[in-house]
Design a protein around this ligand. Structure first.
Ligand SMILES: Cc1cc2nc3c(=O)[nH]c(=O)nc-3n(C[C@H](O)[C@H](O)[C@H](O)COP(=O)(O)OP(=O)(O)OC[C@H]3O[C@@H](n4cnc5c(N)ncnc54)[C@H](O)[C@@H]3O)c2cc1C
Length: 558
């Protein structure tokens, strides 16, 4: 079954009605070369795929997303957006007011047994000065409900905000030039038009050199100028990008011994957060004398259970994530092919959760009770229609994967969890994917309109993508997968240094404290890519000047 959202391309577009083998470029055969708009296929519509299509659209590309699912479920959890991600969203015109993120301005480390805070750091305003463009007040560090982030990205995918704007009736066909809201103002931005999203379209094959993709129903689409693989941690398409000598253990996500419980709770004046004297000091709003909003991290060192919570959705919802050792599974449920909680939505029983939390202060039981709730109570997200209707606690098994040496091949590039599978230790996987997408916006704009030159351009820019993204993504992944002790874990620094040459924090720096934040989260992907493009253009200019001089000399004209 397949359905399409926001059909932004002409009806003759073969991707709308694929025959057994069709070319996405054939619809432009009647257009002149000058009007040729390069086409990108984006495989997967998670944070990475949506962000990539926003970027490529801003770079003037025509984009089609192929998504396996029908978008029927949003995940009932929040995500932290550090400044490296929020500055991208801000420049893209993401609607922060609608998404209602809550600032992340503090971290408090507390004992699980007594709930006593043993260390804390406030960082109000962190990262707000990073980057340019967008609204300054939207940069910085945030906690946002995943459903709200996804909705905001989907809105940008379908309705890029461009100055000198397109009227609603014309927006599907008219090319629009102008300065995108929140842009640098120095670069011409050509809007590639609303992105086409095809749901229920599982891609099962990829030919990177030809830019061809194949669907589960046997149909094929060939001739894409760029294919962005964004099909998540358990990517089936990644092997097509890797060298043929790669073994499954080098690219398959491997289950770790850790899992995470996740659940959202309503944060209201009558909830146990504020009525229970042991919990109240942790959750009292800042305006009423409580701490600055941000991470609260309760740790039980004996069982190594870490409960991290932070507010989202205007402060009305509390996001909870409890990282713990995966309890032994009843026989037949574990195993590489079907690890427990491979998705996001495996329900877990209250008894199991309470067992894992046996080393915690008794007051936390009230929060677990609240998560399971009573029949007939309002379900999560009902207040704004963007929820999941979920009740109870879900478990998600955590996976890792070794670092890759390259994310590109031929006309294809892999981004997001498909490129780097990381533990949520530092709340960084989605943010680094948004960075990668922003990098693509800079690398793929100002493309040549002549197809052979375009092919060469794409190849060169994909090399730049690797140069920029391998160090950043692999550093972030290795840091996340090593756990909170990061550089103190044997071999991790050496491995990070294979890919990354920049500064590292001191070995004993705790997650999200100053030195740590500056290395992982103070990165402007636009600026870094612009610098790399400038260097490349200078090198190309110098090479062609010396070639011209050589020809002149040969011809005896000098
Ligand atoms: C517990 C937890 C907490 C986290 N917290 C944070 C945080 O606070 N901050 C942060 O930045 N990151 C966080 N992350 C990481 C972040 O959630 C991920 O990095 C991010 O969601 C990955 O997005 P993605 O688009 O790459 O992959 P996915 O979200 O997995 O999306 C992949 C998409 O591809 C589709 N698809 C799959 N196969 C195919 C196919 N063959 N054809 C077509 N479509 C296909 C899927 O249906 C899906 O829609 C956390 C992760 C976990 C597990």
């Amino acid at each position: 079954m397949s359905s399409a959202l926001d059909v932004g391309r002409p009806k003759t577009n073969p991707s709308a009605a694929p025959s057994s083998t069709t070319s996405p470029t054939s619809s432009s055969s009647s257009s002149s070369i000058q009007n040729y708009r390069p086409r990108a296929a984006i495989l997967g519509a998670g944070i990475s795929g949506l962000s990539a299509s926003i970027s490529l659209r801003r770079a003037g590309w025509s984009c089609t997303i192929f998504e396996r699912s029908l978008f029927s479920n949003e995940t009932g959890a929040a995500i932290t957006l550090p400044p490296n991600a929020s500055l991208c969203l801000s420049r893209w015109g993401f609607d922060f007011n609608k998404a209602e993120p809550v600032p992340n301005w503090s971290i408090r480390f507390a004992r699980a047994d007594t709930l006593e805070v043993v260390k804390s750091e406030d960082y109000k305003g962190f990262g707000e000065d990073l980057g340019v463009g967008g609204e300054k007040g939207h940069r910085g560090s945030w906690g946002v409900h995943r459903a709200d982030l996804h909705w905001g990205l989907r809105e940008l995918v379908g309705a890029q905000r461009v100055k000198g704007a397109i009227s609603k009736s014309k927006k599907k066909t008219r090319e629009t030039e102008g300065k995108v809201d929140g842009g640098h103002g120095t670069k011409r931005v050509v809007d590639g038009g609303p992105v086409r999203i095809e749901l229920g379209r599982e891609v099962v094959g990829l030919d990177c050199e030809e830019g061809a993709i194949e669907f589960r129903d046997g149909t094929k689409l060939e001739g894409w100028d760029l294919v962005v693989v964004a099909d998540g941690a358990h990517s089936k398409l990644l092997p097509s990008i890797l060298p043929s000598s790669s073994t499954p253990s080098s690219y398959q996500a491997q289950p770790t011994s850790r899992s995470i419980y996740r659940f959202l709770l309503p944060l209201t004046p009558s909830s146990p957060f504020l009525t229970n004297p042991s919990l109240r000091p942790h959750f009292l709003p800042h305006s009423q004398g409580g701490p600055l909003p941000g991470f609260l991290s309760w740790h039980d060192p004996i069982k190594d259970v870490l409960w991290v919570s932070y507010p989202c959705r205007g402060g009305r919802v509390l996001n909870n994530a409890i990282v713990h050792d995966t309890p032994p599974q009843p026989s037949g449920e574990a195993g590489e092919s079907s690890p427990p909680g491979r998705g996001w939505s495996t329900a877990v029983g209250k008894e199991e959760v309470l067992k894992v939390l046996s080393g915690f202060h008794g007051a936390v039981r009230a929060l677990v009770d609240l998560a399971y709730g009573e029949e007939g109570e309002e379900k999560e997200g009902e207040e704004n229609g963007r929820g999941t209707g979920e009740k109870g606690i879900k478990v998600h098994h955590l996976f890792k994967r070794p670092a890759l040496n390259s994310f590109v091949r031929g006309k294809a590039v892999v981004i997001g969890d498909a490129a780097h599978v990381m533990m949520p230790t530092h709340a960084a996987g989605g943010a680094i994917a948004i960075e990668s997408a922003a990098t693509m916006e800079v690398l793929f704009r100002d493309f040549p309109s002549d197809p052979p030159q375009l092919e060469e351009f794409v190849k060169r820019r994909l090399q730049l993508f690797d140069q920029l993204r391998i160090p950043r993504c692999n550093l972030t992944m290795l840091a996340s997968n090593a756990g909170p002790k990061w550089l103190n874990v044997e071999g991790v620094e050496e491995e990070a240094r294979r890919y990354y040459k920049g500064p590292l924090p001191h070995k004993d720096t705790l997650p999200w404290t100053k030195e740590f934040r500056e290395v992982l989260f103070c990165y402007d992907a636009f600026e870094a890519a612009e610098e790399e493009v400038r260097k490349e253009e200078e090198a190309v200019g110098a090479a062609s000047r010396s070639e011209a001089m050589g020809s002149e000399l040969k011809a005896g004209n000098m």
